[in-house]
Design a protein around this ligand. Structure first.
Ligand SMILES: [Mn+2]
Length: 221
């Protein structure tokens, strides 16, 4: 089984994951989290967070959001798992690098973490805000390079923020450099469905794009 959900913010929005307990989960089941996972936030609480997420009992694959401690995240070893480059935080907990394409049960997922914090001015650099949050040209170039090998076609796109067109039209929020870069991805990639987090809504923007927060989607086999 493959599940996808939105931001979990460490223990704050963790309780929704307990709904997964009704399934008979194994490590051959996967939970994809669309950023702001918050396992890596403070060094002191890292082990507590890892324990909490281990308790779900399936393999956890997440992209980064804008609220992650990138310094701490970068300390984990890089591994190739499911065809994609990832930081391995624990036996069954992985952070997917930006622009990587993973394959789970025959389905492909283009994963691009990162987003811009609108409340950046109220945050403290390297304590509650990290400059690595924004999507860069290098991230997009990595996606382009990986997409070329499969003719720019994937089953799913997983991001934290969404493209500027969606953010301005569907949510009436401001565009930014990160969302602009996803406009380009939207133009070049053929996909069945795009899931993203960040905006703290559960909403189907259209038939191909879904914003996730508390909802947990189970992909059909
Ligand atoms: Mn968030």
């Amino acid at each position: 089984m493959i599940f996808i959900t939105g931001d979990t913010h460490g223990e704050i929005d963790y309780p929704k994951l307990l709904k997964l307990k009704e399934f008979d989960l194994t490590y051959d089941d996967y939970l994809i989290i669309c950023g702001d996972v918050g396992i890596c936030w403070s060094t002191e609480r890292l082990e507590i967070m890892l324990n909490l997420y281990r308790n779900i009992g399936c393999t956890i694959l997440f992209i980064d959001g804008n609220h992650e401690n990138f310094e701490l995240l970068s300390k984990f070893r890089l591994v190739e798992y499911k065809g994609a480059l990832m930081h391995q935080l624990d036996g069954h907990i992985f952070h997917i690098m930006r622009g990587e394409i993973m394959e789970l049960d025959g389905k492909s997922f283009l994963c691009i973490g990162g987003a811009h914090s609108i409340d950046k001015m109220y945050r403290i650099p390297y304590i509650s805000w990290w400059p690595e949050e924004d999507i860069t040209d290098n991230d997009i170039n990595n996606a382009i390079w990986n997409l070329e090998k499969i003719n720019n076609k994937v089953d799913y796109v997983i991001t934290h923020c969404c493209d500027s067109l969606t953010v301005t039209k569907a949510f009436r929020f401001k565009r930014d450099n990160s969302s602009d870069k996803l406009n380009f991805i939207d133009k070049i990639v053929t996909y069945k469905h795009w899931f993203f987090g960040h905006y703290h809504f559960d909403m189907n923007v259209n038939e191909k794009k879904t914003c996730l927060y508390q909802e947990i989607i189970k992909l059909s086999d």
